[in-house]
Write a protein that binds this ligand. Structure first.
Ligand code: FAD
Length: 500
C-alpha cells in the first residue's frame, strides 16, 4: 500500500463510464485533484447503452444538471419500465414498471393482498395497481409536484438517451471543471517494481501521463485492470448464455413510447429504445445457436424504420472482474465486467461505482481496507443484478428452441435458487442491504414469468373478503385517476425538452 496522498487521477477511456467518472470526480473532488482523461478517436466507444434506471436522476441532481437541457441535448425520452414480450411464453407480455405497486402493509407487501384477491376472484392484472405501468400502457407522462391534492405520489421514471450525445454532454461539464482531455492511444503502461502499482501510461506519441490513482474505463479490453494487473475474471456464461449483440439505429415511424421493449426471440432477445430523433435496436443472442449473419437478418426483419447503417456485431463475455478495485486501479463500466443489458443496469453500476469511490476516496493513500470495502459492496450489488437477470431467462415456460430449453433447465446460483424457493412457498422476498432491485421489481418479474406463490401472508386475513375487494378496487381507482390526468408522453416532450 502507499501512504502517499492522491493528487493526480488518470481516467483511461472516454465512453459513458469515463465521462461520467470525469464529470462526477471533478464536481465533487476537483478542487483537490488534477484529473486527466485519455481517449482514443481511433478506438472509439462501444456506442450502445441508451436505457437507464431511476437513480440516474439523483446522480444528475448531484452534478447540478438541468434536466430539460440534458434531455434536449441527448434527444432523451422517458422510460417508465420495460415491456417483456414472449418471455414467459410466445405471445405473452408483462411490464416491469418503476415505482411501487399498490400500498404495502409494514408486515407484508401489497402483492399478498393481491394474491388472496386472486383466490377470491377480485384481483385484476397486477400492473393495474401500478401508476407507472398504467402510464406506460397509456403512453402518458408528467413530472408531478411532490404533494398533489393530498395524494403524495410522483411518477417514477428514468431516461432513454443517445449514448454518444450523453458522453459529449458530460465531457462539457467535466472540461468546465478543469478536467484535461488527452486524445491518443495508450501503447504502454509502467508499474512500480516494489508494489506493482500503476505509475504512468505512455501514448503512441511518446507522451507520458503519470498519476497516483487510475480509473480504468477502457471498455471490454480492461487495459489496466486486466491487461496490466491481470486481476482475473469470473465467467457467468453458464448462467447468462448470450455472448453477442448486433445493433443498429433506425428512423422513428411513430411517437416514442415511454418504455423500453425487450422482446424474446428464438435464441436471445431484441431491445427497442425510442429516442426523440431515432430508435436504437439490437439483438442479444447466444452464438452457440445463432450465427452473426443470421442474427443480422433476424434483427433487420424486426425493425420498423429505415436503418442508418449496417448492423454492427459486438462480442462480450458475461461476468465480472475478481476485483473491481485492484492496487491503485479502479475499473468502471465494461472494463469491470458486463451483465447483459436486459434490465439496463450497466450505467447504474457505473454511477454506483463512482459514488462508492467518492465515499471511500483514498485520501492519504491507497489502503487495503478501502479496497476490500469497495470490492465487497460492489459484489453484493453486482451479484443481485446478475441473479435478477438470470431469473428472466430461467423462469420461462418456453421449450420451443434449444436456447430456451437450456435456460429453463440450467442450474442457477444458490442465492437465486433460495429466492425462488422462498417466493414459491410463501410469497416472501429476501433482500440484503446494498442490493439494487427491490421487492416491487422481483415480484413483478416473478409473477410476470409465471411464478405464483402457494401461500400469501396470513396478515391479509384480518380483512374480510368485502374489505379486501374494496381495498383493491380503491387502489386501482386512485392509480387510474392519477394516470387519466397526465398528458401524453409526446406532449410532455414537446413542452419540456424538445430537442432543438
Ligand atoms: P466504451 O464505450 O467501450 O469506452 C472505452 C473507451 O476507452 C473509449 O473512449 C476508447 O477510446 C478508450 N480506450 C480503449 N483502449 C484505449 C487505449 N489503448 N488508449 C486510449 N483509449 C483507449 N448499459 C445501460 O445502462 N443501458 C443499456 O441499455 C445498455 N445497453 C447495452 C447494449 C449492449 C449490446 C452492450 C454491449 C452494452 C450495453 N450497455 C447498456 C452497457 C453500456 O454500453 C456501457 O456500460 C457503457 O457504454 C460504458 O461503456 P464504457 O465507457 O465502459 O466503454
Amino acid at each position: 500500500m502507499t501512504a502517499k496522498g492522491i493528487t493526480r487521477v488518470v481516467i483511461v477511456g472516454g465512453g459513458t463510464a469515463g465521462w461520467m467518472a470525469a464529470a462526477a470526480l471533478s464536481k465533487f473532488l476537483g478542487k483537490t485533484l488534477d484529473i486527466s482523461l485519455i481517449e482514443s478517436d481511433d478506438i472509439g466507444t462501444v456506442g450502445v447503452g441508451e436505457a437507464t434506471v431511476p437513480p440516474l436522476i439523483d446522480f444528475h441532481r448531484l452534478l447540478g444538471i438541468n434536466e430539460p437541457d440534458f434531455m434536449a441535448v441527448t434527444q432523451a425520452t422517458i422510460k417508465l419500465g420495460i415491456s417483456f414480450e414472449n418471455w414467459k411464453e410466445q405471445g405473452d407480455k408483462y411490464i416491469h414498471a418503476f415505482g411501487n405497486t399498490g400500498k404495502d402493509h409494514w408486515a407484508a407487501g401489497f402483492w399478498h393482498c393481491w394474491l388472496k384477491g386472486l383466490r377470491t376472484g377480485v384481483s385484476d392484472n397486477y400492473g393495474d395497481y401500478n401508476v407507472e405501468h398504467l402510464a406506460a400502457r397509456a403512453g402518458k407522462f408528467a413530472i408531478l409536484p411532490k404533494s398533489r391534492d393530498g395524494y403524495n405520489y410522483q411518477v417514477n421514471y428514468a431516461y432513454h438517451f443517445d449514448a454518444a450525445l450523453y458522453a459529449k454532454f458530460l465531457r462539457k461539464l467535466a472540461e468546465n471543471n478543469n478536467v484535461t482531455r488527452i486524445e491518443g492511444k495508450i501503447t504502454g503502461v509502467v508499474t512500480g517494481t516494489d508494489n506493482g502499482f500503476i505509475e504512468s501510461v505512455t501514448l503512441a506519441s511518446g507522451q507520458i501521463i503519470a498519476g497516483e490513482l487510475f480509473i480504468d474505463c477502457s471498455g471490454f479490453r480492461g487495459l489496466l485492470i486486466e491487461q496490466t494487473l491481470h486481476t482475473g475474471y469470473e465467467d457467468w456464461s453458464h448462467w447468462l448464455p448470450c455472448d453477442s449483440a448486433v445493433a443498429v439505429q433506425t428512423t422513428l415511424v411513430k411517437s416514442p413510447v415511454p418504455y423500453t421493449r425487450a422482446i424474446a426471440r428464438d435464441f436471445g432477445w431484441q431491445w427497442r429504445i425510442p429516442l426523440q430523433h431515432r430508435e436504437g435496436t439490437g439483438l442479444v443472442y447466444c452464438s452457440r445457436y445463432l450465427s452473426d449473419e443470421d442474427a443480422k437478418k433476424t434483427l433487420l426483419r424486426n425493425v420498423d424504420g429505415e436503418p442508418f447503417f449496417e448492423p454492427r456485431v459486438i462480442k462480450f463475455r458475461p461476468g465480472q472482474r475478481l476485483k473491481h478495485w485492484n492496487k491503485n486501479c479502479v475499473a468502471l463500466g465494461l472494463a469491470s465486467g458486463f451483465i447483459e443489458p436486459l434490465e439496463s443496469t450497466s450505467i447504474h453500476l457505473i454511477q454506483q461505482g463512482i459514488l462508492r469511490l467518492v465515499r471511500l476516496f483514498p485520501s492519504g493513500g491507497v489502503r487495503q481496507s478501502d479496497i476490500d470495502t469497495f470490492n465487497a459492496q460492489t459484489k453484493i450489488e453486482t451479484d443481485n443484478v446478475r441473479d435478477f437477470i438470470i431469473l428472466h431467462y430461467h423462469a420461462t415456460q418456453r421449450t420451443d428452441t434449444p436456447f430456451w430449453r437450456y435456460c429453463r433447465n440450467m442450474t442457477v446460483p444458490d442465492s437465486l435458487a433460495k429466492k425462488l424457493e422462498l417466493f414459491r412457498q410463501s410469497g416472501k422476498i429476501f433482500r440484503v442491504p446494498g442490493e439494487f432491485f427491490g421487492e416491487n421489481s422481483w415480484v413483478q418479474v416473478l409473477l410476470g414469468q409465471g411464478v405464483v406463490p402457494q401461500h400469501y401472508h396470513q396478515i391479509v386475513d384480518i380483512m374480510s373478503d368485502d374489505e379486501l375487494a374494496e381495498f383493491l378496487s380503491s387502489v386501482k381507482l386512485s392509480a387510474q385517476r392519477l394516470v387519466e390526468q397526465l398528458p401524453s408522453h409526446q406532449d410532455f416532450l414537446e413542452r419540456y425538452c424538445k430537442a432543438k
